[in-house]
Structure formats: structure tokens, C-alpha cells
Design a protein around this ligand. Structure first.
Ligand code: ATP
Ligand code: MG
Length: 463
């Protein structure tokens, strides 16, 4: 029990550690791939930018330039004429809104960038974000319409080649900053992109590792589960063996103590002259010795059966006749309080059977039907057939067997634990024999039972 729990706990701990380590490594790999992705596309967009500059007659913001030029001439004049501070602020807000709208809606840069990525066989599904940094209206003096905090904090030298590491590691990728101006205005903004399919791309890149790590976890889990199950099975078998040895000892002790007592009796003075008594005691000793011998043979037989198949001595016999004989001799062994009803529908069918083993098989079923009963036993025996098989069915009104126990009752040494194991004597071998004998005849045995209702054992044998 203790050993089993230790194994279970250790197993679970090591599996948890394994999974955590894998998760830790995968997260590291993911982060690395994420950074590589950002770096790659930062470099690619610089390439794209150079390409666009060199080979196109536009930077993608021509329309924006025209619209803002037209707009700012009038806007500039009006702004400078305003005296009221409140009105001035409202006006600035309008201008910012217009600039933002135009630069977002009227630019071709995103299309150019996308075409470049496509041309190079790169991922080209991205969202662009334009961050306005600075808008100024210029007359004789300059009115700052808008200036972002980030722009103020940046050093002038940063502005040309600002690829800050913090900008790379974020999910957005910085492409470039742009500036445009004429006599009326000055306008600066940043252009960022982020990829909606980024996770998918990274997933694809890490797929091999993910699969391998998943596989290793599964393999370890399977290994652990098989080992644990084997351990449990071993434990179950060893428990069964212990039970068997206890039962066997008990079984052996009974005849042995009878013989011992009988021996002592024979030593007694008054018995020695009573011939009838001596004969009776000698018979008792003989009977018990035979019983003891049978028990020992049984044990020897089991170990032999383990190693070899049965040596069957088959004869072609009429099954219903044989059944009648077996049942009659079984009935004579028990009193009148056992009711056995037989019904055969076999058309005098003959089968190749080893009569001795077959008899043992039926006797085991019958003795169980009597043994595991809490009222006067009523046993119903049926025989019927189809084209290829003979069926022998033994039903009783006994205590029945639960579904869980049904799985094991044909196992060697298995007995249903009903608290006091010695209340009904047995070694847990009867049904094991039944199964082995049925199978060695090329057939099988099945159980159908409900606790409290009774049990039905069906033996199927081929013709
Ligand atoms: P043995 O037959 O070797 O003397 P046993 O009767 O205990 O010992 P099996 O005949 O193999 O062993 O039966 C295994 C267990 O199945 C029994 O201990 C009993 O609990 C249960 N069992 C078998 N037949 C019946 C039945 N007809 N009704 C209820 N329980 C049964
Ligand atoms: Mg039995």
C-alpha cells in the first residue's frame, strides 16, 4: 500500500515537473520567435522603404500632401486671426482631426508596403497605425496645433533612425517617421504596422518542437500508466495468492486435525478392544487421507495446467444423457432441499467431450449454485443448440455477483470477499477450472448475474 502510494506520488510529481519544464521552454521559444519576427519585419520594412524611395516616383503620401496644402492655406490664415483662447483651442482640435483623417484615409503607403511584402513572398496581412507627432501652422510666427508627449521626449538625433529596442519587442513594428511641410504648415507622424497572422506564423515555426514535446509527454504518461497498472496487477495477484494460501491452509488443516484426533483415539485403552470402533476410526482416517490427497493433487494440477494445455481424452457422447448422469449423481450427494430442474432441447446431439473434465466443470457450477445461496437452492439447467454450438445453461436463485466481481471470478484464486472469507469454504479455483475446461474444448463460459437475484452461467461448446 505504502509502496504503491509512493510510486503514484513520485510519478505524478515527475510528470508535473516534466510538463512545467516543457511549458517553460516553449514559452521561451515563443518569446524568441516573437522577437525574431518583429526584428525580421523591421528590417524588411526598412528594405521596403528604401525600395519605394528608389524605384517609385512617390512616397505614398502625394494625395495627402495636396489635400493638406489646400486645406492649410485657409486654416492657417483663420487660426492666426483668432484672438479668443477657447475658440483657438477648438480650432486646433478641428485641424488635428482633419490631418489625422486625411493621413489615415488618403495615403497609398500601406498598399505599396503590402505589394512589396507580397513581392518578396512575405506575410502581407497587416494593420497600420499612424501616430501623429507634431502639427504646426506657420505664418510670421508658429502656432503649435498639436505635439505628442513622445515626440517632445525624443532627442532630435533619434528622429531619423528611431528603431528603439522597446519598439521592436512590442507587438507593433515601427516602420518609419514621415514629415511634410510647405509655407503654411509642418506635419510629422510615425507609421507602425502589426500582423494579424503573427501568432499563426510563429505557431507554424514552432510546430515541430510543440509536437515533439507533446509526444514526449504522452510517451512518459503512457509509460507511467503501464508501469502503475502492472504494479497494481501484481499487487492484486499477490493478494489473491495470500488469500489462497490462507484458504488452503484452512482446508488442509481440517482433514489433518481429524486424522490426528483419530490417531489419538486409537491409542486409547477402551477403544483398542472395540473392533467396530477401530474399523470406524480407520475408515475415517482413510476418508480424510483421500480428501487430503485430493487437495494436494489439486494444487499440483494447477501448477501443471499453467505450463501445459490439458490432455483431453475425448469421446463422442450424447450430451443430454451425460448431463442426466452428472445431475443425478450430484443430486444424490445433496439432500432433498436442493431442487434441480432439467430441460434439454438437444435432439440427442453428440459432442466430442472429455467426460471426466466435463463432469468436473458441471459439478463446479452446481456446487457453486448450492454454496452461494441464502435460501433453499433452486437450480434450473437448460440445454439447447444451434447449427454449430451446444449451450448448457445453469441458473440459480442465489446471492448473485456484482458487475465488478464478474470481471474476476474466472481468475485463479479469486473469491468474492464477503467479509468473513471462511464462512463458505472454497479455494477460488472452481470457476477457473470451468473456464479452462470450456476453452480447452474450444468453447467458452459466460456469466449473467444480478446481486440478490441469482446467477446464470452459460457454457458454449462447438459440435
Ligand atoms: P472452489 O470452487 O475452488 O472451492 P470458490 O467456490 O470460492 O472455491 P469459484 O467457484 O471459482 O471459487 O468461485 C469464485 C467466486 O465466485 C466465489 O468465491 C463466489 O463468491 C462467486 N460465485 C461463484 N459462483 C457463484 C454463484 N452461483 N452465485 C454467487 N456467487 C458465485
Ligand atoms: Mg466453487
Amino acid at each position: 500500500m505504502k509502496k504503491r502510494n509512493t510510486v503514484l506520488v513520485l510519478g505524478i510529481i515527475s510528470i508535473v515537473i516534466l510538463i512545467s519544464v516543457q511549458v517553460f521552454i516553449i514559452r521561451g521559444i515563443w518569446k524568441q520567435k516573437d522577437e525574431m519576427f518583429a526584428l525580421r519585419y523591421t528590417m524588411r520594412s526598412q528594405e521596403a522603404l528604401n525600395f519605394i524611395r528608389r524605384s517609385m516616383s512617390t512616397d505614398g503620401f502625394d494625395t495627402v500632401r495636396i489635400l493638406l496644402g489646400n486645406y492649410s492655406e485657409k486654416a492657417n490664415r483663420e487660426l492666426h486671426a483668432i484672438k479668443d483662447g477657447k475658440e483657438l483651442n477648438a480650432r486646433k482640435k478641428d485641424i488635428l482631426a482633419y490631418f489625422t483623417k486625411v493621413v489615415n484615409q488618403e495615403q497609398d503607403f500601406s498598399d505599396l508596403l503590402s505589394s512589396y511584402f507580397k513581392m518578396r513572398g512575405l506575410e502581407n496581412k497587416f494593420n497600420s497605425t499612424i501616430v501623429v507627432n507634431d502639427i504646426e501652422m506657420i505664418n510670421n510666427d508658429t502656432i503649435v496645433v498639436y505635439r505628442s508627449d513622445g515626440f517632445l521626449n525624443r532627442r532630435p538625433t533619434d528622429r531619423g533612425r528611431r528603431i528603439l529596442s522597446s519598439e521592436i519587442s512590442g507587438s507593433r513594428i515601427f516602420v518609419n517617421w514621415f514629415g511634410m511641410e510647405d509655407n503654411n504648415y509642418r506635419f510629422r507622424f510615425d507609421y507602425w504596422i502589426d500582423f494579424s497572422d503573427k501568432q499563426k506564423v510563429i505557431l507554424k515555426e514552432s510546430a515541430a518542437y510543440l509536437a515533439m514535446s507533446g509526444l514526449s509527454i504522452i510517451v512518459v504518461l503512457i509509460l507511467f500508466m503501464t508501469t502503475y497498472r502492472n504494479l497494481m496487477e501484481e499487487k492484486r495477484l499477490s493478494d489473491l495468492k495470500t488469500d489462497f494460501i490462507n484458504n488452503m491452509t484452512h482446508e488442509l488443516k481440517t482433514p489433518l486435525s481429524t486424522i490426528t484426533v483419530a490417531g489419538k483415539t486409537l491409542e486409547m485403552e477402551q477403544i483398542r478392544h472395540n473392533e467396530a470402533k477401530i474399523l470406524e476410526t480407520a475408515k475415517l482416517i482413510g476418508k480424510q487421507s483421500i480428501h487430503l490427497n485430493q487437495l494436494i493433487n489439486l494444487i499440483l494440477e494447477i501448477s501443471m495446467w499453467e505450463r501445459t494445455q490439458f490432455q483431453l481424452d475425448k469421446k463422442n457422447v450424447k450430451v443430454d444423457e451425460l448431463m442426466n448422469e452428472i445431475v443425478e449423481s450430484f443430486r444424490s450427494g445433496y439432500g432433498n432441499n436442493v431442487s434441480i430442474i432439467q430441460k434439454y432441447d438437444l435432439d440427442g446431439a453428440k459432442a466430442d467431450l472429455d467426460v471426466v473434465y466435463f463432469t468436473t466443470m458441471i459439478n463446479n457450477l452446481l456446487s457453486n449454485a448450492v454454496k452461494y445461496s441464502d435460501k433453499d437452492p433452486e437450480i434450473y439447467i437448460e440445454g439447447f443448440r444451434d447449427e454449430e454450438h451446444i449451450y448448457i445453461r445453469v441458473s440459480d436463485n442465489g446471492i448473485g455477483i456484482s458487475k465488478v466481481d464478474q470481471k474476476h471470478i474466472f481468475d485463479k484464486f479469486y473469491r468474492v470477499s464477503t467479509g468473513n472469507i471462511h464462512k463458505i469454504k472454497g479455494l477460488g479455483l472452481g470457476l477457473y477450472y470451468v473456464k479452462r475446461i470450456a476453452e480447452s474444448h474450444g468453447g467458452e463460459v459466460n456469466i449473467d448475474s444480478k446481486p440478490g437475484k441469482g446467477s446464470i452461467f452459460t457454457i458454449t461448446l462447438p459440435f
